[in-house]
Design a protein around this ligand. Sequence first.
Ligand code: C2E
Ligand code: CA
Ligand code: CA
Length: 529
Amino acid sequence: MTLTCKNWFLFRFATRYRHFLLAVLLGLCVLAFGLGAIYLHARGSLENLVEEKANIASALFQNTIDEAHTAVNKATPLLSTTCNPDTAEELKRISVLSPNIRTINLVKNDYIYCSSLFNRRLKKNANTRISVDYRLFLTTHNYFNPNEKILFLSEKVGDKYAIASIDVHYIKKTLKTIGQNIPLTITLNNKQSVAYSTLYPATKDGTLVALDSRDNEFIISSRISQKMYLDYMLSHLYIAMFLCAIFAFIISVNGYRQLKRPRSLQEELQRAVDENEFLPYLQPIVNAHGRICGAEILIRWHHPSQGFIMPDLFIPLAEDTGLINVMTTQLLSCVKSYLHNNQSYLPDGFHLAINISPAQCNNLLFYQDCLSFISAFPEGKVKLVAELTEREFIKDTGNAALLFEKLHNLGVQIALDDFGTGHSSLAYINQFNIDIIKIDKSFTQLIGSVDMPSHIVDNVVDLANRLDIDVVAEGVENTTQEAYLKQHNIQFFQGYLYDKPLPPAIFMEKMKEQSDIQARLQANTSVEE
Ligand code: C2E
Ligand code: CA
Ligand code: CA
């Protein structure tokens, strides 16, 4: 049950705001497309940048190795001599003259026996032990720095090696300067690697950019994670992202305008029906004692951009297009819920009038509306009245007669609206068994005017009286008119003298006030008795 209600609410929400939702969706699609394109661009740019940096790092590292290679090549002739102060001095000279080389050493049977660091032959012990497996390798060594790895480059001659130690610190610094926040790693072909710490933790995911060195001795690589792509996008392409968001917003607003733009008046009317823009207003009908005994429903179009639109401007089109049927259904159902929620304030037999058009007399939709309305109230609580103007002629009288008969059977009364302005009043009254006539406001407004042709007004009022049916005088604006009409035995009045058409909530407040006054009067009377 809860789910059904929720779905219903969502459905109503989606229907009501469908243009807005579609426009938002359109904007989001444009935004997603734009950000997607920017993201792809960021990927390409960042990968190019990483490749560029890897190239520079590779060249610099290759250069360092070449320098080390030159240094060890200079030292290899010394492998044929024993280690004496001259040999050590020569090693020192080579090492000092070679950039980025810390030491040059001579190795035999896994032991350093001569080094640029010492002037003497070294003894075999733990500190001089070193195993040379690769041309390029990383290791820690007690002599040099037991806590830090050192990069060695070796050159073999017979069973001896000349090895140069290279400053790893320098290599890391160089990588950092080139890479900035891009994590560059040097991997030797024995799988050992040199890296430095960056903002981005080492990851196995992400795109791999790898460059092989000239002699396949090492690889410079970098893994680009999603976070790096996003950060790159935010820091380098934020203007493009901002412009994309603005563009999406403009597309969205434009789309909304286009969707809302009426293609024809008929479509605009249909849209307004779909969006429940037609609202019922209630104009009080008062009796001879000045008490509200009923109301007439008068439609108002609450247009989103043009404000309130009066019925004369759209009712003819609504009639031509048949939309008047659904509009009447909406009005009645809205008023039904107001009256239903406030029925304790309504006097019994409350008279509720609704206008119908001749076109509505050709089908039974209005009958269905009345049936649903009446069944919501206890019998006798609300008296429904269908007002039909005599200004327009009903063409298919057969269907109208059937409808009126069914309405009568349901207890719905028929009122002849704008009485006196048409030409078929008497014919109508006889044929359709009219219960109420409403004297047109143009006659009421003649009362009291200087050049009032009294016989015309008198004739209309007298004719209404002679027909012996209830008469409502419309358009009563002042007490002169009211007094005149009362003198002529009119019992019901409607007009600005009492109230303009009111929004239902305000009308209900008036009914509550009246009901409170009535209750107090009754209480006073019973106390006096
Ligand atoms: P109507 O049925 O004759 O309604 C009375 C009109 O007179 C209303 O105009 C009302 O606002 C106005 N009126 C009430 N008291 C006074 C007064 O003291 N002085 C003056 N000058 N005017 C007063 P409104 O609301 O503009 O309606 C115009 C017409 O539109 C209605 O005339 C009715 O024929 C039609 N209409 C209104 N609502 C509906 C509807 O829901 N369905 C249909 N089919 N027609 C409707
Ligand atoms: Ca009316
Ligand atoms: Ca009228």
